[in-house]
Write a protein that binds this ligand. Sequence first.
Ligand code: ACO
Length: 326
Amino acid sequence: IRAAGIIGTGSYLPDIVLTNGYFEERLDTSDEWIVSRTGIRERRKADDCIAASDMATYAALKAIEDANVAPEDIDMIIVATVTPDMLFPSTACIVQKNIGAINASAFDISAACSGFIYGLSIAEKFIKAGNAKYILVIGAEALSKITDYSDRNTCILFGDGAGAAVVAKVEESMGILAAYTGSDGRGGELLKLPAGGSRLPASCETIKNSLHFVKMDGSEVFKFAIKIMGEAAEKALEMCGLNKEDIDYLIPHQANIRIIESATKRLKIPQDKVFINIDKYGNMSAASIAVALDEANKAKKLNKGDIVVLVGFGGGLTWGAVVLKW
Ligand code: ACO
């Protein structure tokens, strides 16, 4: 039986920092409200000339170096993003060109904040089937480009960044033990970017009505997230015959500290076994778990043989969890 696992990680965060003070000066909000309701203190913002593919490229190069492989060895590139450079070509194809991965097939996936989990799930199957040797899975978001900075309900939440992992064959019974994904399209209205696609193509009218910005029903998404984070992790553990007591480390999607705390409580994991960087970066959608994984890896929080659970939820609605034996 083949096993697929993560053999290298990388990430990139832009230099521009937007603190809560930045929003206090411009909107009817406060550092106290933002920290107590979300756990966010600051977030990063890409320069105007930087797109998702640029950040994805930097993260990919670091992951390739960490995995000790060459760009030509990569035979698939999967980019998860809701902020592609453009609708096509895919951001993955742009990354392919940038890094010189001439032997790869490349494509994007759209699963919002769950995108990196979905990407790992796809990569695992290709590696296990023997159809690929090295797959780059990237979560990259330039959410600042689709954020309405006059809407206090959303703009304080989002940040930009990218994270990447190289998935490859690993020794038996190691690596990805289970990858679970789920969706419920009935909840699509709760979180969406209405314009810019074939339903509402870009026009003066859509711009005038701010329809190229994220629209979100925060409290409904919150309720869904509280429920699904724990459920998704439990489902993935069940798939590989483990239970919540077996978790050594949890890397959750970084959307809201209260959502993370609720999942932590349900899974009965001590706080020091949960990776949290939401205070520094806010919600980076598909990039959140990817960046968190890289930071946990580089900070040596993950020990060989640890059971590590990645879990997330997002627009679609979508959700998913991956259980790894590190
Ligand atoms: N500053 C001050 N007050 C605010 C702010 C702000 N930045 N934002 C909202 N408020 C106000 C609201 O207007 C509301 O006022 P009202 O009662 O007078 O109408 C009040 O605060 C309470 O609003 P709630 O929505 O009930 O606040 P809640 O505690 O639910 O927190 C939040 C809001 C942080 C958005 C929360 O609901 C949340 O985190 N939801 C999940 C969001 C999420 O995870 N989204 C994923 C998107 S990622 C993707 O797929 C791109």
